[in-house]
Design a protein around this ligand. Structure first.
Ligand SMILES: Nc1ncnc2c1ncn2[C@@H]1O[C@H](COP(=O)(O)OP(=O)(O)OP(=O)(O)O)[C@@H](O)[C@H]1O
Length: 230
C-alpha cells in the first residue's frame, strides 16, 4: 500500500545558508497537507529539497517506505514525486494536447481532459494563449500524467483571482480523494485550509505548527505570528 511521503529532520542549504532546519512532515495518501508561511520562510526551498532540485545533506526523505534522499531528481520523479514548481511555464509554442502527450501519451491526455474539461475544449490551442488559470490547470495535468504517488504544488494561485484558485483547489481535493498524497504550498491560506487535512506552518525555515487544518483555523494566532515575525 502507498505509504505516502515521510520527511524527517531535513535541512536545506542554499548559497551556503541554512534555509530550512530540522523539518519533519508527512503527506499521506488521500490527504492534502497544507504548508503555510510568510514570504521567504523557506517553503519553496523545502519543496526543492524534497524533490531533489536542491541537494540535502542531513535528514531523510522516504516515499512509500523507500529512501529517496540519496537519489537524484529524475529518480525521485520516477519513484512517484511530481512537482509543479512556482512560476513554472507551459511549452507555449506547443498545443495544449501536445503539452500533455509528450509527458503522458494518449492515456495521459485522456485523463487530463477528464480532469479538466476546460483543457479539452482548448486542446488544439497554443498553450501560450491559455489564461493564467488554464495554464496552471495544464501544469497540474502534466504533473498528473506522470502518474505520481505524491503531488507537490507551489503557489498555483500566483497572479490568479480567488475564484479561479477555488476551482483549482477543488480539483486538488478531488485528486486526494482518489488516493493521491498532496503537499500544497499556498498564499491563500483560508482557501487552502478549507480543502486541506493536515497543516504545517514554516517560520524562518522551521516547522512551528503541525496539526489539522481544523485546529489551525480555530487558532489563527499561530498563523498571524508566523506571518508577522519575518
Ligand atoms: N538559489 C538561492 N540561493 C540562495 N538563497 C536563496 C535561493 N533561493 C532562495 N533563497 C533564499 O531562501 C530563503 C527562502 O526562500 P524561499 O523561496 O524558499 O521561501 P518561500 O517561503 O517559498 O517564499 P515565497 O512565499 O516568497 O515564495 C529566502 O531568504 C531566499 O532569499
Amino acid at each position: 500500500m502507498n505509504q505516502g511521503l515521510a520527511v524527517r529532520n531535513l535541512d536545506v542549504d542554499r548559497g551556503g545558508l541554512r534555509i530550512c532546519r530540522d523539518v519533519s512532515l508527512t503527506v499521506r495518501p488521500g490527504q492534502v497537507s497544507v504548508l503555510l508561511g510568510a514570504n521567504g520562510a523557506g517553503k519553496s526551498s523545502l519543496l526543492d529539497g524534497i524533490t531533489g532540485v536542491v541537494a540535502t545533506s542531513k535528514g531523510t526523505i522516504e516515499l512509500d517506505g523507500q529512501p529517496l534522499h540519496n537519489r537524484r531528481r529524475p529518480h525521485r520523479a520516477r519513484m512517484g514525486l511530481s512537482y509543479v514548481e512556482q512560476g513554472r511555464a507551459v511549452f507555449s509554442q506547443l498545443s495544449v494536447e501536445e503539452n500533455i502527450l509528450i509527458v503522458g501519451g494518449p492515456q495521459g491526455a485522456r485523463d487530463a481532459f477528464e480532469l479538466f474539461p476546460r483543457l479539452a475544449e482548448r486542446r488544439s490551442l497554443s498553450a501560450g494563449l491559455l489564461s493564467g488559470g488554464e495554464q496552471q490547470m495544464l501544469l497540474v495535468a502534466r504533473a498528473m500524467a506522470m502518474k505520481p504517488k505524491v503531488l507537490l504544488l507551489d503557489e498555483l494561485s500566483l497572479g490568479l483571482a480567488p475564484v479561479i484558485v477555488q476551482t483549482l483547489l477543488a480539483t486538488v481535493r478531488k485528486l486526494a480523494d482518489e488516493g493521491l498524497a498532496v503537499l500544497l504550498v499556498e498564499q491563500f491560506a483560508a482557501l487552502a485550509l478549507a480543502i486541506g487535512d493536515s497543516a504545517y506552518v514554516l517560520n524562518r525555515g522551521q516547522i512551528v505548527f503541525n496539526g489539522s487544518c481544523e485546529q489551525l483555523k480555530a487558532d489563527p494566532a499561530v498563523l498571524e505570528a508566523a506571518y508577522l515575525s519575518v
